[in-house]
Structure formats: structure tokens, C-alpha cells
Design a protein around this ligand. Structure first.
Ligand SMILES: Nc1ncnc2c1ncn2[C@@H]1O[C@H](COP(=O)(O)OP(=O)(O)O)[C@@H](O)[C@H]1O
Ligand SMILES: [Mg+2]
Length: 205
């Protein structure tokens, strides 16, 4: 059932392959299940349309983040939960969108470089290490860690379900989303639905 609720922006930042898209999609599924209006703005998809043609200089990265932030602001003020997943490596521009949007929750998707290089789901780290890809965040381009994120997940040690549960608990504690009916963070039914969706999208096997 659709419910009236205030909008907010849930912003995922972290290195490539850290788990931003996986967690954004997992949280999206749970919020929809709880009757909320949700929209995901994924960096990789935004770069194919809204930010098509932008590169990876600091200026272009900042422009990309400002555009995503602008759309999040429009959605947020219209009662939608806007979920952004983009590397967003620069602190100053993250703080800019936070203040511009107002109701803003930052999730730091942390993962050690060692694990990311080992994981290398998209083969990008190999290319970055060999120099085939330049300006690659974490290897040959800066990443400024958030100083005061509302939530930090460490995907080198947590499973996707554990990280998702942590984020959902925080949103419940901040009274931004309705508490799940069960005492558990989310029900077995919700958990299996999320896993099913992540599997269909190819994020877990
Ligand atoms: N706790 C976790 N949260 C999210 N992803 C995880 C976690 N643990 C392992 N992974 C795996 O890490 C990869 C993250 O990929 P993806 O979500 O595309 O990253 P990003 O969008 O940050 O580039 C997936 O293969 C996912 O299954
Ligand atoms: Mg992604």
C-alpha cells in the first residue's frame, strides 16, 4: 500500500566495486516493500544520459555530482526517497549537495583496496593498475573519505544483507522510514525477495 511520507536523499559514496549499486538496489527493494516511493540515480546510468559526454577530471566529476544532487533535491522535496550511488570522491561537493538538499543521509561504502583488486568484478582495477585506464579513483585519482557519514558499511567483511540491515536500522532510528512489522530488521520474506532481485540483477550468485 502506498503511504504518505517525507522525502529524503540516501547517498552512497565509495570506490568502484565497493558495493554502492548492490546496496542501493537492496535498500530500494525494501523501501518499496514498505510502501515508499523510491528512485535510484546510479552514477553509471547517469553518465549514459544526464551526464553523457562528461569525463573524469575533477571539474567533470563535480558537474556530474551536482546534476545528480539537483535531481535528488527535486525528488526529495516531492516526497520521494532519492537514492544516489556514485563514487562522489570529493568531500566539498558532497557537502554542497548535503546542504542543498537538506534531508540527506550519507552512507560510506568502505572496502579495502586489497579486496577491491581481488574482487575486480568489472576488470577495471587490472586496467587501472596497468595504466590502461587513467584517473581511476583509488589508484591514480583521489578519494576523500567522508569525515562524518551517517552510516559506514565495510563490505570487505560484511555480506550485502548485513550492510543493508545496518542502513535500514539507521533509517528506522532516524524515523525516516516506517519500522518493519517484525521485530527483526527485516523479515525472512523481505530478505529472500531482496536476494532474489539482487540475483536477477547479477549482483550475487
Ligand atoms: N557487503 C556488501 N555490500 C555490497 N556488495 C558486496 C558486499 N560484499 C560483497 N559484495 C560484492 O561486491 C560487488 C559490488 O559491486 P557494485 O555494487 O557494482 O559496486 P559499485 O556500484 O560500488 O561499483 C558485488 O559483486 C557484490 O556482490
Ligand atoms: Mg555501481
Amino acid at each position: 500500500m502506498r503511504m504518505e511520507h517525507a522525502g529524503f536523499t540516501l547517498w552512497f559514496t565509495g570506490l568502484s566495486g565497493a558495493g554502492k549499486t548492490t546496496l542501493a538496489r537492496g535498500v530500494e527493494a525494501i523501501l518499496r516493500e514498505r510502501g515508499m516511493k523510491v528512485e535510484v540515480l546510479d552514477g553509471d546510468i547517469i553518465r549514459q544520459n544526464l551526464s553523457k559526454g562528461l569525463g573524469f577530471s575533477k571539474e567533470d566529476r563535480d558537474t556530474n555530482i551536482k546534476r545528480i544532487g539537483f535531481v535528488c533535491k527535486l525528488l526529495t522535496r516531492n516526497g520521494v526517497v532519492a537514492i544516489a550511488s556514485a563514487i562522489s570522491p570529493y568531500r566539498e561537493i558532497r557537502e554542497y549537495v548535503r546542504h542543498d538538499i537538506g534531508s540527506f543521509i550519507l552512507v560510506y561504502v568502505k572496502c579495502s583496496l586489497e579486496v577491491l583488486i581481488q574482487r575486480d568484478a568489472k576488470g577495471l582495477y587490472q586496467k587501472a593498475l596497468s595504466g590502461e585506464i587513467r584517473n581511476f579513483t583509488g589508484i591514480s585519482d583521489p578519494y576523500e573519505q567522508p569525515l562524518h557519514p551517517e552510516v559506514t558499511v565495510d563490505t570487505a567483511v560484511e555480506s550485502p544483507s548485513q550492510s543493508i540491515a545496518k542502513i535500514i536500522s539507521k533509517l528506522e532510528a532516524l524515523q525516516l522510514i516506517p519500522v518493519g512489522q517484525e521485530h527483526a530488521v527485516y523479515s525472512a520474506k523481505e530478505e529472500s525477495e531482496v536476494e532474489e532481485r539482487l540475483r536477477a540483477l547479477g549482483y550475487i550468485s
